[in-house]
Design a protein around this ligand. Structure first.
Ligand code: FE2
Length: 377
């Protein structure tokens, strides 16, 4: 039944990576109210204030708040006027991820390599300077209105980017142990998964490392298909989902309807101690999908021995899965805004390199209960 495939390790001499990536530089959200969103992400998730750009710094069209926790950097941007592209993006999509910015050594070359392979330019290489040095930035479009920026900051010592000032504040909630972006998932339309897989292969040199079809990811009612794309060193992983035929509307269809197009479905944030992190997040008001007690009745017979006690995992609703290399612990938040669109996954990897296939059924049944409550199933 299952068609999950793990690509065999190739014996041929590896070809030089034409787009070396050194991880996620930042994730930028366009939001309806960046001042309040920054407060929410600081309070609920333990991010720290880092930098600010707005009318006071000469930015006449929008305001951006930069927050950070370990290697995670988020930018929250809102328009302060109605007649610009940021305002239009929010009118169409609501709050969502606009930029997945990637760290590169050479942003001009990243732009050249990707655009000559068919990537559609969003931004030609531009050098931004201030007294702290220079940043070179370029970018290409991906699915929907989402953009990959290439950020070269090896000659920059400033707080974030030229144009930003340090954001000083008395309000610094403690961190929750979130570390870095593990992966970032896109939802695309019907029959669009394979064209976007090809985009990541051809334009960005990524490889398809895992595939799931509707036999792997289906419940009685709804289904989806997914392929995981990874860059050469594995620092950047982008699973791509598309809806599949089911008796009722799938979570991907609900997303596409309310986001009004393709976009980022979830950002997975890594932690080194998921029990401590999720306990802190729940205490701060973050809401997670609920998993029925029946899931825990036989989970250990499926995944074998784990280091953690099962009781706190069950109490918090944390899911467990195992692959050939180890196991992982994961949990999914409810949507981060009123539209049922982008959400977070919190993940702790203990050797496993996969994405929790063994949890898909329990997870999607939980998502369907939420969809039904919204009247969207
Ligand atoms: Fe995920």
């Amino acid at each position: 039944m299952s068609s999950t495939t793990i690509q065999p390790k190739s014996n041929v001499t590896p070809v030089a990576d034409f787009l070396p990536l050194y991880g996620t530089d930042y994730v930028e959200f366009y939001v309806g109210n960046a001042k309040q969103a920054a407060h929410f992400y600081k309070t609920a998730f333990g991010f720290q204030s880092l930098a600010y750009s707005g009318p006071e710094t000469g930015n006449k069209d929008f305001a951006s708040y930069v927050i950070r926790q370990n290697k995670l950097t988020f930018v929250l941007t809102t328009p302060i006027r109605s007649d610009n592209a940021v305002a239009e993006h929010i009118r169409v999509h609501g709050d969502g991820v606009k930029f997945l910015a990637l760290k590169v050594e050479d942003a001009a070359d990243a732009w050249k390599q990707t655009t000559q392979r068919g990537g559609k330019s969003f931004k030609e290489p531009e050098t931004l300077t201030d007294p702290d040095g220079e940043v070179v930035m370029s970018g290409i479009h991906t699915y929907g209105d989402t953009v990959h920026l290439f950020i070269e900051r090896k000659n920059y010592n400033g707080i974030f980017l030229p144009g930003y000032v340090k954001w000083e504040t008395q309000y610094n909630p403690t961190e929750t142990g979130l570390q870095y972006v593990d992966h970032c998932v896109g939802n695309v339309g019907w029959n669009q998964m394979n064209p976007w897989v090809k985009f990541y292969e051809d334009v960005m040199g990524f490889k398809n490392i895992l595939s799931f079809d509707d036999n792997d990811i289906s419940t009685e009612y709804s289904a989806l298909m997914s392929k995981v794309m990874s860059n050469g060193n594995g620092y950047v992983k982008f699973p791509i989902n598309e809806p599949a035929e089911g008796k009722k509307k799938s979570q991907v269809e609900e997303y596409l309807e309310f986001y009004n197009g393709e976009g980022v479905q979830h950002v997975a944030l890594a932690t080194n101690n998921i029990i401590e992190t999720v306990t802190a997040l729940k205490n701060r008001g973050v809401e997670f999908l609920k998993i029925p007690a029946s899931y825990y009745a036989d989970v250990l017979s499926r995944v074998g021995h784990i280091d953690e006690d099962l009781e706190p995992l069950q109490e918090l609703g944390i899911l467990i899965d195992r692959d050939d290399e180890g196991y992982l612990l994961q949990i999914f938040s409810k949507p981060l805004q009123d539209r049922p669109t982008v959400f977070f996954e919190i993940i702790q990897r203990k050797g496993a390199k996969s994405f929790g296939k063994g949890n898909f059924k329990a997870l999607f049944e939980s998502l369907e209960r939420e969809q039904a409550l919204r009247g969207n199933l």
